[in-house]
Design a protein around this ligand. Structure first.
Ligand SMILES: Nc1ncnc2c1ncn2[C@@H]1O[C@H](COP(=O)(O)OP(=O)(O)OP(=O)(O)O)[C@@H](O)[C@H]1O
Ligand SMILES: [Mg+2]
Length: 252
């Protein structure tokens, strides 16, 4: 069954097309990755899927529900790890989770129990009372992952989950993501690390300038285009940039 269906999906910011008429389906229990250069439109897609903002045009259904009609029903079933941490800097680790759990109507006692389990899972249990400001970048990222799991989501959206992490912390986050994957959750991931995409994703869409250039499993794409996933990525993206630069050079 398809968890997300997008057809001719467009998002415009004023008159700029950040997402330029794309189609994709994401199946239950798969990990689907969006890859592409800065500004390709990845975060914009994530934000439309978790009903942070509506599409400008086209169809977008999550759990077979139209995002324009059922945003609260959809949000209740999604966990989000946004690209920016957006934790409350005035609160402790535990308080951040408790406050967030209120959005889902989770009762205080249950919220504390879940928060303790999740902090244990992400290795922050001993930091329970620490002020969020005092956490390292990697610890903040793990806390945001714990927060995304509070409502036991069917669909987990991970927007650059490991950007800025050291190699060991990155591996730890990968392990956590794989654990969640094994529980049958559907995952949507964006990353600039091809190794991460290859390890975690069953399928990826390579994007450029608001469009999907190609979709397939990492293995299929490597087979079709040759080389590593990074080679495939480099071959398929940034064409407009290269063409524009080439044109500028010719005119000199
Ligand atoms: N709120 C906004 N208002 C206007 N333009 C925006 C807004 N958010 C994003 N954009 C533009 O839309 C395009 C896509 O941005 P988006 O954040 O989706 O890219 P991305 O693929 O996530 O990039 P990155 O890899 O840097 O995170 C960019 O050109 C960006 O400048
Ligand atoms: Mg982004």
């Amino acid at each position: 069954m398809e968890i997300v269906i997008a057809e001719s999906l467009v998002k415009e910011y004023d008159s700029f097309k950040a997402v330029d008429g794309i189609d994709f389906n994401i199946n239950r229990a798969e990990c689907f990755g969006f890859l592409g250069p800065n500004g390709a439109g990845k975060t914009t897609i994530m934000k439309m899927i978790h009903c942070f903002m509506p599409p400008t045009r086209g169809l977008l259904k999550v759990f077979d529900l139209d995002v324009r009609v059922y945003p609260s029903e959809i949000k209740a079933r999604i966990g989000v790890m946004p690209q920016e941490n957006n934790l409350d800097p005035d609160l402790s680790v535990m308080e951040n989770l408790i406050v967030y759990s209120r959005y889902f109507g989770i009762k205080k006692k249950e919220a504390i129990k879940r928060a303790e389990e999740l902090l244990d899972f992400v290795g922050l249990y001993d930091r329970l009372n620490t002020n969020v400001e005092e956490l390292s970048g990697g610890m903040k990222r793990r806390l945001v992952l714990a927060r995304a799991l509070l409502n036991e989501p069917e669909l987990l959206i991970l927007d650059e989950p490991t950007t800025g992490l050291d190699p060991l912390s990155r591996r730890q986050v990968w392990e956590m993501i794989r654990t969640e994957q094994a529980k049958g959750r559907t995952l949507i991931l964006t990353t600039h690390y091809m190794e991460e995409a290859q390890l975690l994703c069953s399928r990826v869409a390579i994007m450029d300038s608001g469009r999907i250039v190609v979709t397939g499993s990492p293995e299929e794409l490597m087979e079709k285009y040759g080389g590593s996933l990074e080679d495939v990525y480099l071959r398929l993206t940034g064409k407009r940039l290269v063409e524009a630069t080439g044109e500028a050079l010719r005119q000199q």
